[in-house]
Write a protein that binds this ligand. Structure first.
Ligand code: NAD
Length: 475
């Protein structure tokens, strides 16, 4: 049932010019389920030429017409939720219910940007002399290159391509090689809505070769990347060298702060749900659990019970709460994080090991007494590991929350409105969610500060980075 994967270049699905491809694996079994073609220079050059033509055409399509095509694409995606979600689970591992939610949420993202397309307002500035018109006009920035990862093959891609298409840009999407099928399903939903050739193209290949070809390419005017901070810094440097606009949605290490006065049951329920969703492979996942002294024992015992109650299994089984990690690299990374923490004195409250020897399953893991020198307290775990440490007071926890160079998401639980306001202000983070899980809706900003990147992938801010501001002064 896994689809044949092709590149989409200049209005056609096609193989790569070289015929080279790479295996796609099911992370629940480790078995090959398909293949993904690798685009080479000839394919990329064709895509760039087509993106230039696609931009000339699409940028002249009125916003109201762009809106109509996008609304149709959203409807197509909604109608295909079951089909695309099954592909997503088989290639990525997440439980089928999570996959369906991701695809359905993708349709909501398209709708949001479709509507935003009609609101890319400029303004009129009062002149200094009679008869002068000073106009501020928003224009699409040009052909874009978007690079998206495997953890949310729909969600990460749909935010970028929809903002670009809404603004009137064309876009070449380098999708995730590990999870190409669902991403291709998203592109097909757009194509079936009547998007002209060259407006949205899809390539796969060796990520570094594609980014090093497309970012400097004179046709490309803007890039957007989601992935690790180290790769993001490299791509931002390339973009800087070639004076290309860039949006960077990078790694995080989100503090989840639980104060003594918090509703512990609510905190455990929401934070454990967030922690183990998509097996922890989420850039906004809570990753440093900081719990105040009096609440510490109760939180650890309830959170550990919640973690050990999670049913790990094949995502296609509707009873599964947490699927496998997406690829073998993550499994090795989890084993290294846990052994390093234990060597540094951490206690494993539950989990800590690989499950079975087939597929890439890892136990939901809770670690306590983890020293700040352990790797897991400094590097993004990107997996089902929850290190819990205790703190004394507000200043101490703010110091720890802001200690790392990351600043993507932060979470806090307290019954005090005063503490809630104070922690919201004190944490250096692009997003803060207090007493509930309130991040990542299409209509709210989504992005980080510090080493977590720059730019927003949600809210009305998101489309702005695909627009140039032109000033026209007319007498
Ligand atoms: P990785 O750094 O090799 O790759 C991460 C993503 O970046 C992948 O999608 C990859 O295709 C892409 N990439 C890598 N090098 C690139 C290049 N030179 N040009 C363009 N794209 C490039 O890591 P990985 O093993 O796939 O994932 C592990 C780490 O990546 C995690 O620890 C996490 O920090 C980060 N990551 C973050 C997100 C996110 O949502 N922010 C998503 C996936 C991975």
């Amino acid at each position: 049932m896994y689809p044949e994967i092709q590149l989409h270049i200049d209005g056609h699905w096609c193989k790569s010019a070289s015929g080279q491809d790479l295996a796609v694996l099911n992370p629940a079994t480790g078995e090959r389920i398909g293949a993904v073609p690798h685009a080479g220079t000839a394919d990329l050059e064709r895509a760039a030429a087509s993106a230039a033509k696609g931009f000339q055409r699409w940028s002249k399509v009125p916003a109201f017409e762009r809106y109509k095509v996008m609304r149709k694409a959203a409807d197509n995606l909604r109608a295909r939720v079951d089909e695309i979600a099954a592909i997503l689970t088989v290639e990525q591992g997440k439980p089928i219910a999570e996959a369906k939610m991701e695809v359905a949420a993708g349709a909501d993202v398209i709708d949001w940007f479709a509507e935003e397309a009609r609101r890319t307002y400029g303004r009129v500035i009062p002149p200094r002399a009679e008869g002068i018109y000073q106009l501020v006009i928003k224009e699409p920035v040009g052909p874009c290159a978007a690079f998206t990862p495997w953890n949310f093959p729909i969600n990460q891609a749909v935010r970028k391509i929809s903002a670009a298409i809404a603004a009137g840009c064309s876009v070449i999407l380098k999708g995730p090689e590990e999870t190409p099928g669902s991403c291709a399903g998203l592109v097909q939903a757009y194509l079936d809505a009547g998007l002209p050739p060259g407006v949205l193209q899809l390539v796969f290949g060796t990520p570094s070769e594609i980014s090093e070809y497309l970012i400097p390419h004179p046709v490309i005017r803007k890039i957007s990347f989601t992935g690790s901070t180290s790769v993001g810094k490299h791509l931002a440097m390339l973009a800087g060298q070639h004076m290309k606009r860039a949006t960077m949605e990078l790694g995080g290490h989100a503090p989840a702060i639980v104060f003594d006065d918090a509703d512990i049951d609510v905190a455990v329920k929401i934070l454990s749900g967030q922690k183990f969703r998509n097996a922890g492979q989420v850039c906004t996942s809570p990753t440093r659990f900081l719990v105040q002294e009096k609440a510490y024992d109760q939180f650890v015992s309830k959170f550990t019970a919640a973690a050990s109650g999670i049913k790990v299994g094949d995502g296609m089984d509707p009873g599964t709460h947490m699927g496998p990690l997406a690829h073998e690299r993550r499994l090795d990374a989890m084993e290294r994080f846990v052994s390093d923490a234990v060597q540094n004195g951490a206690k494993v409250q539950t989990g800590g090991r690989r499950v079975g020897n087939k597929g890439y399953f890892f136990e939901p893991t809770v670690l306590t007494d983890v020293p700040l020198t352990a790797r897991i307290m400094n590097e993004e775990p990107f997996g089902p590991l929850a290190p819990i440490t205790r703190f004394k007071d507000f200043d101490e926890v703010v110091g720890e929350a802001n200690r790392l160079p990351y600043g993507l998401a932060a979470f806090a639980y307290t019954r005090s409105a005063r503490t809630a306001a104070a922690i919201g202000a004190a944490v250096e983070s692009g997003m803060v969610s207090i007493n509930h899980n309130g991040l990542a809706l299409p209509e709210v900003p989504f992005g980080g500060v510090k080493d977590s990147g720059y730019g927003s992938e949600g809210g009305s801010e998101a489309i702005e980075s695909y627009l140039n501001t032109k000033f026209v002064s007319q007498a």
